[in-house]
Design a protein around this ligand. Structure first.
Ligand code: FAD
Ligand code: NAG
Ligand code: NAG
Ligand code: NAG
Ligand code: NAG
Length: 572
């Protein structure tokens, strides 16, 4: 027999008070020495009928559960400091296999059997994707995957999972690149992809309310008849919830901003099941802490995002594509900064280096044959052709001044699409080249460094020197408007360690140049040491304090962004 959730759900309000009065040590003593005191304390407000209905063996289970769960709270829970250092907390204790089974039974009651799944195919899908250089360890696999359909589902599920201390990894499109959704602990994956309704398109207010599992490409398709679009983009299969949680940006971000500047409000379910709306729907607000932004980029470690209100942008009435080819990288990046200084702000500025242009040329996907030199792809938009032409004129002047040899302006929308498709299909061109010319099983290690714009040329020069020295082949793609570049290094399986040390050297270089190791992909559990290097230990300890304040049981996406367990030795 097992206890149904209702049987030992805590009376709201009172219980959490009494929790706080007890330290973990007290509780262990009480539990082991005096079950009855504990029971009367905890079940005081339950009716005798309920208590009577529960068999003696269940009392034991219940009490042990409590003991196990309570001992999870270290006595130094909130040390007398502003931050929480890793060594000041103890190892988290999570649900035992039998407690997990209890939780699963309760989840089936709430969500229905079809939404609680552990078939091998589903588990495998939620274990890894082919884009991560780091493979999960063999045991890093979810035990179950659950599919909530509404905010209420998520709330009820979290209340159960929190009560049993089951680790919960939120998951949406599964396209993230740094081990973000690896099940480092034995727990469940909460897949929010079935919450995919567009709730309201408020075209006059330029915003849209969505359930968080909407795919951004489909959302843009639904917005197109309104002449509207969202500001950020990412991998084609990414969903809004994942984009919020990685602060995704992509090709359009230099104009429209990363996800953080495109979110007005969020509905978030906290680890204990409470539902929070971070704002109403105003564009402006100075009311209280910025909870919306707290959850953006939090990689599923603080709450489950279930709904979002996003800003919309009008699709430019008129937009054209320009391609400029430059003899050197410095010429191309100087062009970018001078354009900004001149007040021209293209909708997209993408830089492809000579190696990348070689892959594109090699792929034969395009009618055009390209010179294999650093190349900038621009989208220039505006209200009318005249306004766009005016900007293109300045763009051409500045490019030519910076030694641009080929300045290609699309003559039609079709031609523009074709030109830009060279950028859009870059990823496939890279893989095609690597598989044919290097190794059929070639792998790609993607970096994500961003630096201040003026530092881009010297940093890239040093990156090339490192690559030459290493003997690896690579390509560089940059969101040049944001000085965020992906140096993608080809490697074979047996070269992984050597490749990793090259990648680490590159990230060090980005950091000493006032940059970041993660411009848009996030930290996951692949870049945790670089976060400390970038921001310093105190900043990371402050993040840990926030994490523990919101998620004291450390159940949400454990081990991501920073360590939450002093015994975690698991650097990749
Ligand atoms: C081919 C390719 C191209 C890409 N290009 C870009 C690019 O240009 N720009 C860019 O920024 N990224 C890019 N990415 C990376 C990736 O697409 C983004 O990181 C994206 O935001 C991930 O979204 P997702 O839905 O796949 O999230 P997932 O991978 O499912 O999850 C990402 C994170 O969000 C958390 N999460 C998911 N759902 C929820 C929820 N409901 N509540 C709380 N937390 C949640 C997860 O726990 C995880 O930490 C690319 C990836 C690929 C494969
Ligand atoms: C907490 O910090 C204050 C101020 O630094 C100090 O006076 C006090 O002794 C500290 N208390 C404990 C328990 O460490
Ligand atoms: C980016 O913005 C342009 C308009 O500037 C729009 O046409 C396009 O669909 C947006 N998204 C992507 C991924 O390019
Ligand atoms: C999100 O991205 C923007 C632009 O890259 C950056 O300015 C901001 O600090 C990021 N926010 C978070 C929470 O990561
Ligand atoms: C482009 O690629 C083709 C096929 O690989 C090659 O023949 C040609 O010389 C390349 N063009 C340039 C400009 O390098």
């Amino acid at each position: 027999m097992y206890l149904r959730g209702d049987d030992f759900r805590e009376p709201k309000g009172q219980m959490s008070q009494s929790h706080r009065e007890l330290t973990s040590r007290d509780l262990c003593i009480i539990v082991y020495n005096s079950n009855h005191i504990l029971m009367s304390r905890y079940l005081f407000s339950r009716t005798a009928a309920v208590v009577g209905a529960v068999a003696a063996s269940s009392f034991a289970t219940y009490t042990l559960t409590r003991a196990h769960l309570q001992s999870n709270l270290p006595s130094d829970w909130f040390p007398n400091e502003s931050t929480t250092k890793l060594h000041s907390i103890s190892t988290p204790q999570y649900a035992t296999p039998s407690q997990l089974q209890h939780a699963i039974r309760e989840l089936r009651d709430v969500l229905g059997d079809t939404n609680v799944v552990n078939t091998p195919v589903v588990l495998e899908y939620h274990t890894r994707n082919e884009f991560n250089p780091h493979e999960p360890k063999p045991h890093e696999k979810p035990k179950y995957v659950i599919y909530p359909r509404s905010t209420n589902d998520v709330s009820e599920a979290m209340a159960i999972l929190n009560r049993y201390r089951v680790p919960v990894v939120p998951f949406s499109g599964g396209t993230s690149l740094e081990g973000h959704f690896y099940s480092t602990r034995e727990g469940i994956v909460m897949d929010t992809s079935k919450m995919d309704q567009v709730l309201a398109i408020n075209s006059e207010d330029l915003d849209v309310q969505v359930q968080a599992g909407v795919n951004w490409v489909r959302l843009n398709e639904q917005l197109a008849p309104h002449q509207l679009m969202i500001g950020s983009d990412c991998g084609p299969d990414g969903l809004i919830s994942g984009m919020i949680n990685t602060n995704a940006s992509g090709i359009n971000a230099s104009k429209y901003g990363a996800m953080i500047s495109n979110v007005i409000s969020l509905t978030v379910v906290l680890p204990d099941g409470k539902i929070v709306r971070t704002k109403q729907r105003p564009r402006k607000s100075s009311s209280g802490y910025s909870l919306t932004q707290l959850f953006v980029g939090s990689e599923g470690t603080l709450g489950i995002v279930t709904e979002a209100t996003l800003k919309l942008h009008p699709i430019p009435r008129y937009e054209t594509v320009i391609v400029g080819q430059f003899p050197t990288l410095l010429d191309s990046t100087k062009t970018v900064s001078q354009l900004y200084r001149a007040g021209v702000h293209p909708n997209a500025i993408e830089l492809l280096d000579r190696d990348m242009m070689h892959c594109i040329n090699y792929s034969g996907y395009f009618t055009q044959e390209w010179a294999e030199v650093p190349t900038l792809f621009f989208k220039v938009g505006g209200m009318s052709k005249a306004m766009v032409d005016e900007q293109v004129k300045v763009l051409k002047e500045i490019s030519v001044k910076n030694n641009c040899k080929d300045f290609i302006a699309a003559k039609s929308e079709e031609e523009g699409k074709e030109l830009f498709s060279a950028r859009k299909n870059a990823f496939y061109a890279i893989l095609n080249y690597g598989r044919n010319e290097i190794d059929p099983d070639i792998r790609l290690w993607v970096t994500d460094i961003a630096v201040p714009l003026s530092k881009l040329p010297p940093v890239l020069d040093q990156i090339y020197a490192m690559i030459r020295e290493s003997g690896f082949q690579s390509v560089i793609l940059a969101h040049a408007g944001d000085a965020n570049f992906h140096c993608d290094v080809f490697y074979k399986d047996h070269e992984k360690d050597k490749c990793e040390s090259l990648i680490n050297k590159m990230m060090d270089l980005g950091l000493v140049n006032e940059g970041t190791a993660s411009g848009e992909h996030g930290i996951g559990n692949g870049k945790r040491t670089f976060l400390i290097q970038e921001l310093g230990q105190d900043a990371v300890d402050l993040m840990r304090r926030i994490k523990l304040a919101v998620d004291p049981n450390r159940i949400l996406n454990p081990d991501k962004i920073f360590k939450i367990d002093p015994n975690d030795k698991g650097e990749f």
